[in-house]
Design a protein around this ligand. Structure first.
Ligand SMILES: [Zn+2]
Length: 328
C-alpha cells in the first residue's frame, strides 16, 4: 500500500505532466495562449493540492462514507446502467469518468475526479483501447494500487480498424455498441462486483440475469426491426457502429478518416459512393461537432440525424438507434 505522501507526489507529477504537456503544445504550435491560460493552469494545480490536503485530513479521521455503499467507477455512461442493474436495490455509487456529452476519445479528467477514485472499490474498464483508458488506467492503477480494475471486454474478439482508439493494435474500441458484447461486459462487471462483495453474490447474479434477459429481448426486437431494410449500408460521420453493423448484417460507411476530419478527396469519394447507393441520411453524434456532417448532408440533399453511442439509458438508446436507422 502506498503512503499518502507517495500518492500525493504521484498525483502532483501527473498534474505537472499535464501542465508541461500544455506548455509543449504551446511551444509546438506557437500559440501565445500561455498568459491567457495561466490562471486556469495554476487553478488546476492549486485545486489538486487542495484536494490532496483535504483527502489527507479525511483519511486521518474515520471513514465517513456508509460502509454498505459499494463505489464502482467506470469509463462511459452506458456502463452506469449495467452497474446499477446488477446492484439493484442495494446501495451503489457510480463514478463515471467520461461524463455525458464528452467523448472518451478526447476527454481529460478533472483533478477532483482522480481524487474521488481514492474511495472507489472497483474500476470497470472497457478494456477495448479507448483513448481515455489508454492514457489513464495505468496512471490510476499506480496512484491507487489497491483499487481493483476489471477489463470487461477481455474475452471479446475486437474488430479491426475503426481508425482510432488503440493505434498500435488497430482495433475498434466501440465494443459496447453490440448487445452481445454488452452481455459479456455485464457478466464481467458482475464478477468484479461479487469479488468485492461476496456476500451479495446471489443477489447480484439474479439481477444480472434479469438484465441479460432484457438485453436479449432488445437484441431480438432490433433484429426484427432491421431485417427488411432495402439498403444495408449506413453513412455515419464517426465510425462507432462497427459492432452494431456486424450484429445486424449492416455495413457502416464512415466520413471520418483515422479519427480525423475527412480530406477533400476522401469527402468527394464518399459523396460519389453515397449517391450511387442512394443514401441521403448521415448519422452524426451529439458529442462531436456536426459541422462537417451538415456539409456532407447538403451535398447529398439529405439530412443529419443525431444518434449517440454514449447515452446513459443504454437499452432504450440502442432501440432508439435501431428505430432511427430503420426509419431511413
Ligand atoms: Zn469513437
Amino acid at each position: 500500500m502506498w503512503s499518502y505522501r507517495a500518492r500525493s507526489s504521484l498525483l502532483w507529477s501527473i498534474c505537472m505532466k499535464k501542465f508541461s504537456y500544455k506548455l509543449n503544445y504551446q511551444k509546438l504550435f506557437g500559440k501565445n495562449v500561455f498568459a491567457k491560460n495561466l490562471l486556469s493552469q495554476w487553478s488546476f494545480i492549486l485545486l489538486v493540492s487542495f484536494l490532496l490536503l483535504t483527502s489527507g485530513c479525511i483519511s486521518s479521521t474515520p471513514d465517513t462514507r456508509d460502509s454498505e455503499d459499494l463505489i464502482v467507477a467506470c469509463t462511459i455512461p452506458p456502463q452506469e446502467e449495467f452497474i446499477r442493474a446488477i446492484a439493484g436495490e442495494s446501495n451503489v455509487s457510480v463514478l463515471v469518468m467520461v461524463p455525458p456529452g464528452a467523448s472518451p476519445h478526447t476527454f481529460e479528467p478533472t483533478p477532483s475526479q482522480i481524487a474521488e477514485l481514492e474511495h472507489a472499490d472497483l474500476y470497470v474498464a472497457l478494456g477495448s483501447g479507448v483513448e481515455f483508458e489508454n492514457r489513464w488506467i495505468e496512471r490510476i492503477h499506480k496512484l491507487y494500487p489497491d483499487l481493483k480494475v476489471v477489463n470487461s471486454s477481455r474475452t471479446i474478439p475486437l474488430l479491426s480498424g475503426s481508425g482510432h482508439g488503440d493505434e498500435e493494435k488497430g482495433t475498434d474500441p466501440h465494443v459496447w455498441m453490440s448487445l452481445t458484447n454488452a452481455a459479456t461486459i455485464v457478466r464481467e462487471t458482475c464478477d468484479g462486483m461479487v469479488e468485492i462483495e461476496p456476500g451479495r453474490k446471489d443477489l447480484y447474479e439474479q439481477n444480472r440475469d434479469n438484465y441479460l434477459a432484457r438485453l436479449n429481448q432488445v437484441d431480438d426486437s432490433i433484429h426484427d426491426s432491421l431485417q427488411d431494410l432495402s439498403s444495408r449500408t449506413i453513412l455515419v460521420y464517426h465510425p462507432a457502429f462497427g459492432y452494431f453493423c456486424r450484429d445486424y448484417n449492416l455495413t457502416q460507411m464512415a466520413a471520418e478518416e483515422a479519427g480525423h476530419e475527412p480530406s477533400a478527396q476522401g469527402l468527394a469519394d464518399l459523396i460519389t459512393k453515397a449517391k450511387t447507393l442512394g443514401i441521403t441520411f448521415i448519422f452524426a453524434e451529439p458529442e462531436t461537432s456536426t459541422r462537417q456532417a451538415e456539409t456532407l448532408a447538403k451535398e447529398l440533399n439529405g439530412t443529419v440525424i443525431l444518434i449517440s453511442p454514449l447515452a446513459g439509458n443504454y437499452l432504450e438508446n440502442m432501440q432508439e438507434i435501431a428505430q432511427k436507422i430503420a426509419g431511413h
